[in-house]
Write a protein of this length. Sequence first.
Length: 121
Amino acid sequence: MTARPTVTSTHFGNVDTAALEHLGSTYDTRGLLDAVDIVDQVGGELTGPDGLRDTLLSIHGMAHALLNGASSTPSRYEDTLPEQVLGALELIDDFMEQLAHVRELLEPLESLRPDGGPEED
């Protein structure tokens, strides 16, 4: 009786044979497309109009004026500084939650890494 190989060579590198067989029957790759959608959404909310980037710039302008005595220019936002900070923190928390979900979708694929393989940097 021949022992099953523990590593399978594929076009995408060597993978753990048992993990490959297990994931082949249990892992739904459509979840990765959901991950792409999440990243697209987060990216748009980071840099899009009125996104986190713009909010941080507005917060900086107000904080710089209040804390450093810099001259201030009116904010294009109606929210106060504390309201903008709270909104930014809530948005960051939402991003973290969404990206944690993306991580959960990817984690099972980590099992494909053959034991004793080179560490990723």
